[in-house]
Ligand binder design. Structure first.
Ligand SMILES: O=C(O)CCC(=O)C(=O)O
Length: 280
């Protein structure tokens, strides 16, 4: 994506808390992802580590996608997505979660929440999480498009957990075509909405955090190093195989300096990558 387009998305995220990046994935790519995620739903749901149903069966979540199909490797590092995310998170980031979210017809009990709710920082604060929701099915107000509260990323408070969205003024549905991407500041209040249509609403959620925060998913434990060795390098960076200002180093033979040296000499401009052991 060209720099002026990135800039206009960053301005929208700063102002409103979110933006929609249109036409990121071609229809044939979206169709392939839809077919594969639906297969994975059938194959893996019920296994606690790979997929699970939440909120009274109203949502199907498919996790472990990077391990299950290489077609997903390029998604978190997509050239129309990652520059926007990096712009929000200050130039470096980590993947924090990556899962299909299939909202089934019926009531959806997902509470209004920010995606950075588990980080114990007083609101508002600098962006520390940026979530992208890829519309695999078209997102409409009727079928459960993510419901957002514009501007709420700058608010100090949040509605009590479980508050009915009808009691919160100003929530809007992020309607978008399949293949488009909703990108938002993780402090923005939102929820998966009720699906009042008669078909499922599939989204692919790619969530990133600042490079100095502990990610929601522990990819070091969930993906063996011998599998990571085959991944594209920018993806391994997102999984944590790159240090940030020397933070996150390991005794792998790569010298990354001690925290004192980094403190003394200022920011490390070219963070070293950690060695990945293909036999690990
Ligand atoms: O599926 C959606 O529209 C939003 C899901 C969400 O906010 C979440 O699971 O954190």
């Amino acid at each position: 994506m060209q720099a002026p387009r990135v800039q206009s998305h960053l301005e929208a995220i700063d102002r409103d808390g979110y933006t929609v990046i249109e036409g990121v994935f071609k229809p044939e790519v979206v169709d392939r992802m839809r077919r594969r995620i639906r297969e994975i739903e059938k194959e893996t749901l019920g296994e606690t580590e790979r997929g699970y149903q939440v909120d009274g069966d109203s949502q199907l979540r498919t996790a472990g996608l990077l391990r299950l199909d290489s077609m997903f490797w390029d998604v978190p590092i997509h050239e129309d997505i990652l520059p926007v995310v990096l712009g929000v998170l200050g130039g470096e980031c980590l993947l924090t979660s990556f899962s299909g979210i299939d909202v089934l017809p019926g009531e959806n009990k997902q509470p209004i929440h920010p995606d950075d709710a588990l980080i114990p920082l007083p609101r508002p604060h600098q962006p520390i999480v940026c979530t992208c929701m890829i519309a695999i099915d078209e997102f409409t107000a009727e079928n459960g498009a993510t419901r957002l509260l514009p501007g709420s990323h700058k608010s100090a408070g949040a509605p009590d957990y479980g508050t009915d969205y009808r009691k919160v003024d100003g929530m809007v549905p992020a309607e978008m075509q399949a293949g488009s991407v909703l990108a938002f500041n993780g402090s923005l209040l939102h929820q998966a909405a009720d699906n009042e249509s008669d078909g499922p609403r599939l989204g692919l959620q790619v969530s990133y955090c600042a490079a100095w925060i502990r990610p929601f998913t522990n990819f070091f434990l969930s993906i063996p190093q011998k599998e990571v060795a085959a991944y594209p390098e920018p993806l391994t960076d997102l999984l944590g195989y790159k240090t940030f200002n020397g933070i996150g180093s390991a005794k792998t033979g790569v010298y990354s300096g001690s925290y004192r040296e980094n403190y003394r000499y200022g920011r490390v401009t070219r963070p070293p990558r950690l060695e990945i052991n293909p036999n690990g």
